[in-house]
Design a protein around this ligand. Structure first.
Ligand SMILES: Cc1cc2nc3c(=O)[nH]c(=O)nc-3n(C[C@H](O)[C@H](O)[C@H](O)COP(=O)(O)OP(=O)(O)OC[C@H]3O[C@@H](n4cnc5c(N)ncnc54)[C@H](O)[C@@H]3O)c2cc1C
Length: 382
């Protein structure tokens, strides 16, 4: 189905980013998958080519265009090339962390951080999850007690994307541990602060080139100038920014499903069994037809959500619907596509195998499918 979302400018941006992916990511991807991390230079190169902070004002080194369609193009091209592990750090930086800086920074903080975020010199992460809590954020225990003009931060976080590479970590803390949601605040922890240690780069099922780490804070002295937004409003700030995070994950899910279907169609036309291409068995055609249909339908919904986001109208419920349904679709799709590849689908030299392992987390991170359904269900008055 013809998409009506993009203009010529987005198409040119897509062609340019596709070249960047083909030249700067694809040739190195297997090495990075083995290393468990991408080099920091990837961010610097992405920044130098205008692929970071497209929505940051030009005065701070950004592209100066508030338009999530550019973010969407980046997310889609990463999936198309089958380099989701390496691309996640960039989409997290652009789609998920940057909006907090853009909407919450004081002028002084903007001067201090935005130019480096756009150039790729400052890599970002967001740390909410702790070893003891994930979905139930208000039960977090990392604390930040005010001591004069500083906060003293203690606690730990886990599963943090860009955790090893990050220079700026938006950290959810309790400034008032006697409260649940109302006791939460966001502070930015910076590389090199005394008492801020990185733990392991965690070994995962998929997304191997993405560094996902534990972070430990022992009496970290953080200047009050690093408070992001308003003390005690951390939960509100998270709720305001999570719809874009969830839409980014949903859109990546649809793009990943599209890529998986494309690789599989190529494969089932070539591979023969019982004297005919395996794709021509009626069962295969039905499976492929179902995937084609579901992906087309999902894409229309996601495109509409992107328009709503750009118009400032996307609701938390709509973003939750997109997130759970599109990532469950991604999971169903890669599973069916592995099956259609037969044994080769289990071999990591085939992109579908990597896509299969990369997909598993998407119904969990950014809020699980169950939590998304809770958000939608609550809005129905039940
Ligand atoms: C690769 C990866 C990257 C990640 N990146 C980040 C990151 O950058 N920053 C960050 O802060 N976190 C990150 N996370 C953490 C991720 O967001 C959490 O794992 C996720 O929110 C789930 O939390 P949990 O693991 O504690 O599961 P739990 O909350 O313990 O949930 C366990 C199960 O219980 C279910 N459950 C929980 N509550 C309810 C309920 N009320 N109703 C019904 N079912 C419920 C869940 O759906 C799930 O099935 C990442 C995780 C991974 C694996």
């Amino acid at each position: 189905m013809r998409r009506t979302l993009f203009t010529d400018e987005h198409d040119e941006f897509r062609a340019s980013f596709r070249r960047f992916v083909d030249q700067e990511i694809v040739p190195h991807h297997l090495d990075w998958e083995r290393d468990g991390i991408v080099p920091r230079e990837l961010f610097a190169k992405a920044g130098a080519n205008g692929f970071l902070g497209t929505d940051v004002p030009e005065a701070y080194g950004g592209g100066g265009v508030e338009d999530f369609r550019f973010n969407l193009v980046i997310g889609e091209e990463v999936q198309r090339a089958g380099v989701g592990g390496a691309g996640l750090g960039i989409t997290l930086h652009n789609d998920i962390c940057l909006p907090y800086f853009l909407s919450l920074c004081t002028d002084e903080q903007k001067e201090r951080w935005l130019p480096g975020i756009c150039s790729g010199e400052l890599i970002t992460a967001i740390a909410m999850t702790e070893p003891g809590i994930g979905s139930d954020l208000a039960s977090m225990s990392t604390s930040a007690f005010r001591d004069g003009d500083r906060y003293v931060v203690n606690g730990s976080k886990t599963f943090i994307t860009n955790g090893i590479n990050a220079d700026l970590v938006i950290t959810a803390v309790k400034t008032d541990p006697t409260q649940r949601h109302k006791g939460m605040s966001l502070v930015v922890l910076e590389r090199g602060m005394e008492g801020f240690e990185r733990g392991r780069n965690l070994e995962k099922v998929g997304l191997h080139s993405q560094d996902t780490a534990e972070l430990f804070f022992t009496d970290v002295s953080v200047p009050v100038e690093n408070l992001l937004g308003t003390e005690g409003q951390g939960f509100v700030h998270l709720v305001q920014n999570l719809p874009q995070e969830r839409l980014s994950i949903a859109a990546a899910g649809v793009a990943a499903a599209e890529a998986a279907l494309g690789w599989t169609l190529d494969y089932v036309k070539e591979r023969t069994a019982f004297g005919q291409p395996v794709g021509s068995f009626q069962h295969s055609r039905f499976v492929l037809a179902e995937l084609r249909t579901e992906i087309d339908i999902a894409r229309v919904f996601v495109d509409r959500c992107v328009e709503a986001l750009d118009a400032g109208e996307l609701t938390a419920e709509e973003a939750a619907e997109a997130k759970w349904w599109c990532t469950e679709l991604q999971k169903r799709t890669v599973d069916a596509c592995v099956q259609l590849h037969g044994g080769y689908g289990y071999m990591l030299e085939y992109p579908i195998a990597r896509a299969y392992t990369d997909a598993r987390i998407t119904t969990i991170y950014g809020g699980t499918t169950e939590i998304m359904k809770e958000i939608v269900g609550r809005s129905l008055g039940v």
